[in-house]
Design a protein around this ligand. Structure first.
Ligand SMILES: O=C1O[C@H](COP(=O)(O)O)[C@@H](O)[C@H](O)[C@H]1O
Length: 238
């Protein structure tokens, strides 16, 4: 089913791409254009990306884009609480697939901190994120088939606090139902500040999740709902 058959909320733009390579390149060109515009207007640009299984190809296409990467600060919407050399690490994914080619000159603030507990690590990440210029220029979210985004998982103990527009924390500990379960996530005030938000949707299962998310309002059940409004642009591919 083509995504244009789904009615989008006002101001949400949907793009349909035929295959994985066109999808990755279209997103990379859009992000690069927004980063160039931010640098030209404000002198710097802030890019926040997601991890998981999906973004490697998009990261590689983005890393090849020509722009003043030394003026770009990259961070993560969420992280698995594992060291960077762990295969599950989102920072590791960014280092392998994005901080290369042209983008090797970008600066990076990760969320992972070695600490005595997940709560202590989240406090340290909270401090590290104070260096991130606000608002975020470009946020690239991901979405799981359960409707989670970043590491904002339905049923996670801190979810209500993380989805509160007045949450005083930049980062909170979260628990995923999948491994690794211990996660760190940026909270809504940071994420929802972004000037541009891209959401890639790959495959029929995630399209069904998007359809279900658009049919209701409760972000505690499907946290992606908190982001289904302008300035969101959805990039779909089969
Ligand atoms: O756990 C996570 O899941 C989402 C979706 O990831 P994917 O594996 O389905 O691509 C991702 O956006 C998030 O960053 C990641 O930590």
């Amino acid at each position: 089913m083509a995504i244009y058959e789904i009615e989008m909320p006002s101001g949400v733009i949907a793009h349909s791409l035929a295959d994985a390579e066109r999808h990755a390149l279209a997103m990379a060109e859009h992000v690069a254009q927004a980063l160039r515009a931010a640098i030209s207007t404000r002198g710097t640009a802030t890019l926040v990306v997601s991890g998981g299984r999906s973004p490697a190809r998009f990261f590689e296409r983005l890393s090849e884009q020509e722009l003043d990467w030394d003026k770009v600060l990259i961070s993560l919407a969420d992280e698995r609480w594992v060291p960077t050399d762990d295969p599950q690490s989102n920072a590791g994914l960014v280092h392998r697939h994005l901080l290369r080619e042209q983008a090797v000159r970008a600066k990076f603030i990760g969320l992972y901190q070695p600490a005595v507990s997940l709560e202590a690590a989240a406090h340290m990440a909270n401090e590290a994120l104070a260096l991130l210029p606000m608002p975020i220029d470009v946020l690239v979210l991901g979405m799981g088939e359960d409707g989670h985004t970043a590491s904002l998982f339905p049923g996670s103990p801190n979810l209500a606090a993380a989805l509160d527009h007045d949450c005083p924390r930049r980062c909170l500990p979260m628990l995923a139902p999948s491994e690794p379960s211990q996660r760190l996530s940026m909270t809504l005030p940071l994420l929802d500040s972004a000037r541009l938000v891209l959401l890639p949707i790959e495959g029929e299962a995630k399209l069904a999740t998007l359809r279900a998310a658009l049919a209701g309002n409760d972000a505690m059940q499907m946290p992606i709902r908190a982001f289904l409004h302008s300035p969101l642009e959805i990039y779909w591919r089969p």
